[in-house]
Design a protein around this ligand. Structure first.
Ligand code: ADP
Length: 479
């Protein structure tokens, strides 16, 4: 399999240069303060620039003017820049900064000021203007407070210049200019520090807010996870209750069926006159007992089926099925209902339907008869049709009627247990609301599905789809 590899090494020339620059100016790791790191980076950069200028002067000046005597000076300047550069990236960077300031002062002012001092020169004072450079450099590489001694030293040096060099001339110009520039610079530095402080305060506030939000999120997470645990416990409880309910229903249904069968048996015997003469009124009552008993038995059977499916105790043993024979059987079974309701009833099996498929005939019959019973029950006129067809992997049973139809909102719930479109006590049609729930659960248990489309006053079509097995597989256990 092809894989993507990512590399962190910069490939472009500019990327490499950036990396090299970073390696040259980055402070050591023990310095955590961001402002300090920024100052150090700046200081190292400045020192490198001075170093480059010094190196250039050392190499280029003898070539340009061989008689030049500044070579030694350049060499020392280089040395004075190289040493502070080495220490500039450590925590002793302040020392490096002072050395740099001294070098700047020496190169720009001290040395030119004293050089050639033997010749009287009333304009020598103009060199003192260059004293602004050490002040400027100090403002860049030192903290605001540390700039003050540099300013004072610079002004002190200018003030003492007439004593050091009597022929210097009038120093008031450089003194006033350096003093004014220093004051302006210092005010600017104070303003910059104020801005920085405001930014820090804002940052702290934002940090506090973020911490607060973090704490809230942590709390919410803890609540969510405890709610999840509660939910998991509740789910386990619900599952256990459902299992117990199904077990209870299965046992209860079984226990109810035995005495009910006995009641039905005895009423049948009495109706046949085997228990003695029965007058008309008693016969009427016995018939009602029998038919109500039958309804009760059907209900119990439905409840038992649901309970069995839900508790996973329904065994679906596969057997070979001949669809033509099965459909004949359904036709016979359901024709009574069709005749009673005076409806057309038709069953068609697609010609390409396999002559033999595998499935559980009892449960498939239960699905089909439940759907057909409903179709007959909810159709007053017209026709009920069962169409059996196949596609490559499934076979389909479609129960089509021309009945009352189902309103759209009810399509969502009619497959739920005990749910009916008309659930009122005055409803026109009998039934328990379990038939479709059984159909859906049985379909699912067999790896299939059931769906419905319907239009009010036009009719409904229920479609059952089940896996088409033309070879036997072992018994499927309901989930
Ligand atoms: P029931 O015992 O009430 O028939 P079912 O679960 O079989 O219970 O059906 C649930 C409800 O779905 C029915 O009460 C009825 O309202 C609706 N229903 C089912 N089949 C049809 C149909 N063919 N035509 C119209 N309504 C139907």
């Amino acid at each position: 399999m092809a894989s993507l590899t990512t590399s962190t090494a910069p490939t472009s020339i500019s990327g490499r240069l950036q990396k090299l620059w970073k390696a040259l100016v980055e402070p050591t790791r023990d310095i955590a303060n961001l402002a300090e790191r920024r100052r150090i980076r700046f200081l190292s950069t400045l020192l490198l620039v001075y170093f480059a200028i010094g190196a250039f002067a050392l190499i280029a000046l003898p070539l340009i003017s061989p008689e030049s005597t500044t070579q030694l000076g350049s060499f020392f300047a280089l040395l004075f820049v190289a040493v502070p550069y080495v220490i500039s990236r450590t925590r002793y960077y302040q020392l490096a900064a002072y050395i740099l300031i001294l070098v700047v002062a020496a190169v720009s002012c001290f040395v030119p000021f004293f050089a050639g001092s033997s010749a009287p020169n009333p304009n020598r004072f103009s060199i003192l203007y260059f004293m602004v450079f050490p002040v400027l450099v100090s403002s860049m590489v030192l903290s605001t407070r540390a700039v003050i001694p540099v300013i004072l030293l610079a002004l002190g040096f200018i003030a003492s210049a007439p004593i050091l060099q009597p022929q210097v001339g009038n120093i008031s110009g450089p003194f006033i200019m350096i003093a004014a520039a220093s004051i302006l610079l210092y005010v600017f530095l104070l303003h910059r520090d104020g801005l920085e402080r405001d930014r820090q305060v804002e940052l702290q506030n934002a940090l506090k807010e973020a911490e607060l939000a973090n704490a809230t999120i942590t709390n919410t997470n803890a609540e969510v996870s405890s709610k999840n645990q509660e939910l998991a416990r509740a789910n386990a409880l619900i599952r256990e209750h459902a299992r117990l309910k199904s077990e209870f229903l299965a046992t209860m249904s079984h226990e109810l069926r035995t005495p009910l069968n006995a009641i039905r048996g005895f009423t049948s015997i009495m109706l046949e006159g085997m228990g003695g003469e029965v007058d008309d009124e008693a016969r009427h009552m016995l018939t009602r007992i029998n038919s109500n008993g039958e309804r009760l038995l059907n209900l119990i059977n439905d409840v038992l089926d649901i309970a069995k499916i839900e508790s996973g105790r329904l065994e679906l043993v596969e057997e070979p099925l001949n669809m033509m024979e099965l459909s004949d059987q359904w036709k016979q079974q359901m024709s009574v209902l069709a005749e009673r309701s005076n409806l057309d009833f038709e069953i068609s099996v697609a010609p390409d339907f396999p002559s033999l498929i595998y499935g559980n005939s009892q449960r498939i019959t239960q699905i089909i008869t439940n759907l057909l019973s409903n179709a007959f029950k909810f159709t007053k006129a017209g026709k009920v049709k069962l169409e059996i067809s196949r596609n490559p992997e499934k076979w389909t049973a479609r129960v089509i009627d021309t009945g009352i139809g189902i309103p759209p909102h009810a399509l969502n719930f009619i497959f739920e247990e005990f749910r009916q479109v008309d659930g009122s006590s005055k409803r026109e049609f009998g039934g328990t609301g379990l038939g479709l729930a059984i159909v859906r659960n049985l379909c699912r248990s067999m790896g299939g599905s059931v769906s419905v489309i319907s239009e009010l006053e036009k009719g409904s079509t229920f479609t059952v789809q089940l896996p088409l097995r033309t070879e036997s597989v072992s018994a499927i256990k309901a989930p």
